[in-house]
Design a protein around this ligand. Structure first.
Ligand SMILES: Nc1ncnc2c1ncn2[C@@H]1O[C@H](COP(=O)(O)OP(=O)(O)O)[C@@H](O)[C@H]1O
Ligand SMILES: CC(C)(COP(=O)(O)O)[C@@H](O)C(=O)NCCC(=O)O
Ligand SMILES: [K+]
Length: 250
């Protein structure tokens, strides 16, 4: 019997690096979260989890050659989500070279899993909203500030607004400064997404909202529309791209 194929999949975001192993396509939980730039922690996973391939997407730092050489020497296939790997979708984005690798991964992560148009929202440091039609064509998307960024910037760019933590919003409007900030900063993201979704729905009648990212659990309770929640869609998409490539070429 052949030994299981195991990949290490790494998503370097602006708030943190998320990593998980996949054995024969199944994600091994829990997902590890380390500081962005801590490639030594990723190297520890490579050693401890006995992986054959590693893929990373990054919107921040990349591993130095010291790490990639070490992994190659140990016999791993080392892949980054750059132009060398074939993507499972066509795209209308005019600047594919600068399109965030995390955005590419979430779009890929829905291919084969969904057969309707979808708006994929990744709520992290920034909120990205990416539109894919029912034929898996990527039509484009938007970037706006994430929840933490909104709360922090209101504090940093005013004289009187405190820095508040994210939390539970109890009403549609706030009755204190803290609530007003929370409702504007956190629920405001939900209203923004619902507004865009409603406009797009007039063209894409089968549109489905997909939600992922570190702040997805904070936002999920407040939607008035149906939401498909994929907690680790960047990682799923990366593993899909890697597995397809490795099965064909290696
Ligand atoms: N363990 C955690 N460490 C840091 N942020 C977390 C954690 N769990 C949830 N979060 C939330 O996730 C958000 C970042 O989401 P994430 O998808 O990781 O962002 P990015 O892809 O930009 O790194 C933070 O703003 C924070 O509110
Ligand atoms: C928009 C982003 C900052 C989101 O990153 P994140 O919030 O997940 O850390 C990232 O996808 C990025 O740097 N994009 C480059 C520009 C583009 O996508 O066109
Ligand atoms: K994001």
């Amino acid at each position: 019997m052949s030994s299981p194929s195991r990949n290490l999949v790494v998503d370097v975001g602006n708030s943190g690096t998320k990593a998980a192993a996949f054995t024969d396509g199944e994600m091994m939980l829990p997902v590890a979260r380390v500081k962005s730039g801590d490639w030594s922690a990723i190297d520890g996973m490579v050693t401890n989890l006995g992986v054959q391939n590693i893929i990373y997407s990054t919107v921040a730092n990349v591993p130095s050659q010291r790490w990639t050489d070490k992994w190659k020497k140990a016999g791993l296939g080392v892949y980054s989500l750059d132009r060398t790997l074939p993507l499972p979708f066509q795209s209308d984005y005019q600047t594919m070279d600068t399109l965030g690798q995390d955005r590419i991964a979430v779009v890929a992560g829905t291919v084969g899993r969904m057969h309707t148009a979808r708006l994929i929202v990744d709520a992290g440091s920034c909120v990205t909203s990416d539109l894919v039609d029912r034929n898996d064509r990527y039509l484009g998307g938007n970037i706006s500030p994430g929840v933490t960024m909104r709360l922090r910037s209101m504090h940093e760019h005013t004289a009187r607004l405190p820095l508040i933590e994210t939390g539970t919003a109890t009403d549609l409007v706030g009755r204190s400064t803290g609530q007003a900030l929370l409702h504007g900063g956190q629920l405001g993201v939900v209203y923004e997404i619902e507004g865009l979704f409603g406009r797009l729905l007039t063209v894409h009648r089968d549109l489905q909202l997909v939600l992922t990212g570190g702040d997805a659990p904070l936002l999920l309770p407040y939607f008035s529309i149906d939401v498909l929640s994929y907690p680790n869609l960047v990682l799923l998409g990366l593993n899909q791209i890697l597995s397809t490539y490795v099965n064909k070429h290696v």
